[in-house]
Design a protein around this ligand. Structure first.
Ligand SMILES: Cc1cc2nc3c(=O)[nH]c(=O)nc-3n(C[C@H](O)[C@H](O)[C@H](O)COP(=O)(O)OP(=O)(O)OC[C@H]3O[C@@H](n4cnc5c(N)ncnc54)[C@H](O)[C@@H]3O)c2cc1C
Length: 340
């Protein structure tokens, strides 16, 4: 049995919704060697949860298994040519710190993903995205360890099957793969991505801006995010709580005919992503509460813990929102964070 694990570990500060639950067993891993040394013991557990920074995880009850908390660190330039660099980043690095390092080193592409909470290791899991950019566009390889066999496995970008907030790492049959590092391919030349209208307008409307740099884009994204999203350290939350539904052209047209103002975004394959937050807002649910859990006052897509919120209150709130959206818009919302 592992001797560096902890029993009855409080998880309150290890997930951003801050429910006061515990894990039967917990181990913190600080380097890859340590992980390999502990593999045979780890694989003995029937229930295992890999934890990064808990910003897309909501522990609803005590976890009757082992939480493996990855805190491995390291950012290494592994190759470069005239156009690109390849950078290997350990899973436990903080995502936003990595984005800052990239900008300082003039490795470009990730600026629009500034300030997304969480770890580098979790970024491929749900293919994080914001302001018109998805991380999949910059991932070359994902390195994993198979906890059952101890084998090191490298998955190419194509093999990860990245989609909107999805990848093979979300599938139950791949839960034996623990991501140890990610290799990014980043540009040496800065080409701003202003495909997201809100970001483009924000930059355009500022008369003081004379040139668009990566620092500037990152700073604008930071400002936009801070205006819209509550800081989980101040108000417990897990970011966007529901996926933006993706509709085929026919279903989208029916919805658009009924609700002319619904914000939607055309995807490449004749599908449309529609704004879940807009629907919740239209139902007048901003600020709505069940006990100490509620819809955020200014961002309808974010559910918050006002302090003493409990899992049963969250589950009731989810059910009320999903029912209301289904009745009014005929759409079944799905929850984005992992409910554990
Ligand atoms: C305020 C706020 C804003 C947010 N904004 C965005 C946004 O703009 N865009 C966006 O895409 N997301 C956003 N999120 C969601 C979240 O930031 C991302 O999903 C992030 O990647 C989660 O990282 P984490 O380390 O906290 O993951 P965790 O919650 O710890 O884990 C998430 C999932 O990844 C798995 N996992 C973690 N590490 C590993 C590993 N090493 N190997 C295998 N599996 C692993 C976990 O088991 C779990 O299934 C936001 C969240 C918050 C709270």
């Amino acid at each position: 049995m592992i001797n560096s694990y902890e029993y009855n570990k409080p998880l309150c500060s290890l997930h951003t919704m801050h429910f006061p639950v515990k894990a039967d067993y917990y181990i913190q891993i600080k380097d890859k060697k340590e992980l390999i040394e502990h593999l045979s013991e780890i694989s003995e557990f029937e229930k295992i949860y890999y934890l990064g920074e808990g910003s897309n995880t909501i522990f609803l009850k005590d976890f009757s298994g082992l939480v493996v908390h990855l805190k491995t660190k390291g950012i290494q330039l592994i190759s470069e040519n005239k156009k690109e660099v390849k950078v290997e980043v350990e899973a436990g690095e903080n995502w936003h710190d990595f984005v800052k390092t990239c900008i300082q080193n003039q490795w470009f592409g990730l600026e629009n993903l500034t300030l997304i909470p969480g770890s580098v290791g979790a970024a491929p899991v749900q293919n994080i995205g914001a302001y018109g950019v998805e991380v999949k566009d910059f991932i070359e390889l994902v390195q994993c360890i198979d906890i059952n066999t101890g084998k090191l496995i490298e998955l190419t970008n194509e093999e990860c099957l990245f989609r909107y907030r999805n990848s093979i790492f979300k599938q139950q049959e791949n839960k034996h793969l623990i991501i140890t590092s990610v290799i990014f391919r980043l540009n040496k030349q800065f080409i701003p991505n202003l495909s997201y209208q809100e970001l483009a307008n924000f930059i355009q409307d500022d008369e003081n801006i004379t040139s668009i740099t990566a620092e500037l884009v990152s700073d604008c994204v930071r400002q936009l995010r801070q205006k819209k999203l509550p800081d989980p350290k101040v108000l417990g939350n897990s970011g966007s709580f529901f996926h933006n539904p993706i509709l085929n052209q026919n279903d989208w047209q029916i919805l658009k005919n009924r609700f002319k103002d619904i914000p939607s975004y055309k995807l490449e394959d004749y599908h449309y992503k529609v704004a879940a937050g807009w629907m919740i807002d239209q139902l007048g649910l901003k600020g709505f509460r069940v006990g100490d859990m509620g819809v955020h006052d200014w961002q309808a897509l974010v559910l918050v813990n006002h302090g003493k919120g409990m899992p049963n209150e969250l589950l009731k709130l989810i059910a009320i929102i999903k029912d209301a959206v289904c009745n009014q818009f005929n759409i079944a919302l799905t929850v984005e964070p992992n409910l554990v």
